[in-house]
Ligand binder design. Sequence first.
Ligand code: ZN
Length: 270
Amino acid sequence: MPELPEVETIANGVHQRIHGQTIRSVWTSNKPQTFKSPPDEIIELLTGSRVERVHRVGKTIVVDLARRGKFSQFLVHLGMTGRLLVSTPDTPVPPHTHAILTLSSGKELRFVDARRFGRLSVAEPGTKYEGPGAEPLTIPLEDFIALFRNRKTPVKAALLNQSLLHGVGNIYADEALFHAGIRPTRHAGRLSRAELSRLHTALMKVLTEAIKLGGSSVSDYVDADGVAGFFQLHHHVYSRTSEPCRICGTPIKRIVIGGRSTHYCPTCQR
Ligand SMILES: [Zn+2]
């Protein structure tokens, strides 16, 4: 499942390839699961619109559109297996393609999704999509601290709560807690100011580093002839159960919090 850095990488890559172009026509598969807004509504809003900007909000790819001075937004949630591909029309259309936007350059933006957990929609007219929670890359420290106040859940569960911070997934929650030296089972509301400050810094650091790493491999995700699959980070704890901690050598432990597998170093994280 793509997390915030992967979604940002894809949004930036698509932006570079299609911004400034006009959407000439739209084809949809009409598969009911894929479309959170009625396909007819999407087709009506997109056709003839100019792509002003493609960016990320939480884990959603947001395409800002303008047509005759009117602003609208096309929203793409990749789900588990969703992909956005910028293709030439002569590239064979892959199986499980659910939408094709034909652009003024002649290229096509295709949405491909084998498992169909991805969602396509348009924002409510006259509104800007803001997502459910705060943005982890820009939230000021005081607001970050306030999110955790009086919370009785484990800090790991609070980090994954999309209505608090949107876009933080399992990998980066585990990695941020490792870098902050905080055990994932700790009660969120009992963390000290200093600990929350370390967590704030650590979260931004792991997300920013992953985005930097993704930037160099963006064509793997958005160019139609590219290789599928996301970049592999040099994780410290995530998915390293029983392997030695990179700092102290203690075997990494795996537990389950809120139904999600959680990895930590029992020595480095207190
Ligand atoms: Zn350690």
